[in-house]
Design a protein around this ligand. Structure first.
Ligand code: DUC
Ligand code: ZN
Ligand code: ZN
Length: 461
């Protein structure tokens, strides 16, 4: 073996126990007590937790959006990932009218590959079926490891929205090839109507971002998406859920045995719409917006009872200067917030405080995203899996400051947030990429993950 982490507390999605873990090359080679091997480097991690690396299944690196490009590209975005214990990202590649799926993916890969410091995959956003020609590409996309597609129910003016008919075609074709559909559920027409009325009445501050996209805008679209998935009995993954009624619809469908999966993000668990009343409210502008307190409570309850399957970031930061474009008009604020460096610390902090268990944190940040999205070599600490490992010090105190982030962005919505407990080491396929505050990775080291569709997925994940 090349490395043994000794005397740690292993955390899996089911249990915690004291053990050593041995790494050979890129893989986990042994787990046990008192592992011995003369050739090994040994790191004593007594008192520390050993976790599978987090999989952030929702990122937008270098996203062209809102008339600009998000501030973290694949280099700074995945540096930040490594320093927060994220060992794999699944980023969104956007297919546009006239373009094919594989063309879109290859284009994005060619930007990402030289920069990525952690492993990566892509979901493909479908915005236009090109007279249904795109549907014929689903099979080859799956063969190439793209096993998830996304649709937007929003962004009509941006020509990203799909109508219900298109969504259904995507849902049915995806299922045929063993892929899953992700949906961003907000009602575009209602938002556009609200925006028009607000602007006409001079309501232009960041607060009105929330007012234009309140609870009912999200719940209608979530219920519609769930309705179609249930009616056709197809699996569906709802991204960045932020609303109580929406999550209630998910619970109902899950309780009836349907394969509806829910994702939320740390920002929806931490903040409420009150942030938009702050002087710097525009920095919190993302879509969907944070909702009222009832929704925040409902999300935590759903997480605890197992109705939230994954936590991801929707990492999509914009510089202060970009956010300032909307200082006098909330519709000009580029939508998106960063947070990849604080995903695992945030959830593990909740575990450390006893709000959820450490196993639940591992389940929603690593095990479930691996399982849902077919990352069969990742998501758990077991022999033969990739050695994507985080060593977490439950006693290390850390206070967020934009100055010390590894993201390129010049501010963060997490500024001043304190965590009790923080990752101290991150390994990607056995390679140390983060050591106690310092990035140790290499751009281009990240590997494209050829994900497996449900039809062909091995049974152990
Ligand atoms: N929402 C955001 O806030 N940013 C990127 C895309 C999205 O749907
Ligand atoms: Zn979205
Ligand atoms: Zn997103």
């Amino acid at each position: 073996m090349d490395l043994i982490l000794k005397n740690g507390i292993l955390v899996t999605s089911e249990e915690m126990y004291q053990a050593d873990i041995g790494i050979s090359g890129e893989k986990i080679a042994a787990i046990g007590t008192d592992l011995q091997d003369n050739t090994s480097k040994i790191i004593d991690v007594t008192g520390k937790f050993i976790l599978p690396g987090a999989i952030d299944a929702h990122t937008h690196m270098a996203l062209a959006f809102g008339g600009t490009v998000s501030s973290d590209g694949y280099l700074s975005g995945t540096k930040a990932a490594a320093c927060g214990g994220v060992t794999t990202i699944i980023d969104y590649a956007m297919q546009r009218s006239g373009k094919g799926i594989m063309e879109t993916i290859e284009e994005r890969k060619s930007i990402a590959q030289a920069e990525v410091c952690v492993d990566y995959g892509f979901h493909c956003i479908i915005t236009d079926l090109n007279n249904d020609a795109i549907l014929d590409e689903f099979e080859s996309a799956v063969q190439a490891g793209i096993t998830s597609f996304k649709c937007f129910f929003v962004y009509k003016k941006e020509k990203m929205m799909v109508d219900d008919g298109t969504f259904l075609k995507v849902l049915l074709e995806a299922d045929k090839v063993g892929a899953i559909v992700n949906i961003h559920a907000e009602n575009s027409d209602a938002i556009d109507l609200n925006i028009e009325r607000l602007l006409r009445n001079g309501k232009t501050s960041a607060w009105y971002h929330y007012v234009s996209r309140p609870e009912c805008v999200e719940s209608e679209a979530v219920k519609r998406a769930v309705h179609w998935a249930v009616s056709f009995n197809k699996p569906l993954y709802i991204v960045h859920m932020a609303d109580k009624e929406g999550i209630e619809a998910v619970t109902l469908a899950k309780d009836s045995g349907y394969r509806i999966y829910a994702e939320t993000c740390p920002q929806y668990l931490e903040f409420t719409c009150d942030v938009y009343k702050r002087e710097d409210g525009r920095n919190f502008v993302c879509s969907p917006p944070m909702k009222g307190k009832d929704s925040k409570i409902a999300l935590w309850d759903a997480l605890k009872r197992g109705d939230i399957d994954t936590i991801a970031t929707d990492h999509c930061p914009f510089y202060k200067e970009q956010k300032d474009w909307g200082i006098n008009d909330f519709t000009k604020i580029p939508n998106g917030c960063g947070g990849i460096e604080f995903l695992y610390p945030y959830i593990l902090n909740a575990a450390n405080a006893g709000v959820i268990s450490f196993s639940k944190a591992v389940e929603v940040c690593s095990f479930n995203p691996a399982k849902i999205f077919g990352c069969h070599e990742k998501g758990s600490l077991s022999i033969g899996k990739d050695a994507d490992i985080v060593v977490y010090d439950p006693d290390k105190d850390y206070t967020v400051s934009a100055k010390h982030m590894h993201s390129k962005c010049d501010h963060t919505i997490w500024e001043g947030k304190s965590f009790h407990g923080f990752p101290v080491l991150t390994f990607v396929r056995g390679k140390l990429v983060y050591d106690n505050g310092k990035f140790m990775g290499v751009p281009g080291f990240g590997k494209f993950i050829k994900r497996k569709a449900k039809k062909t997925q091995v049974t152990s994940v």
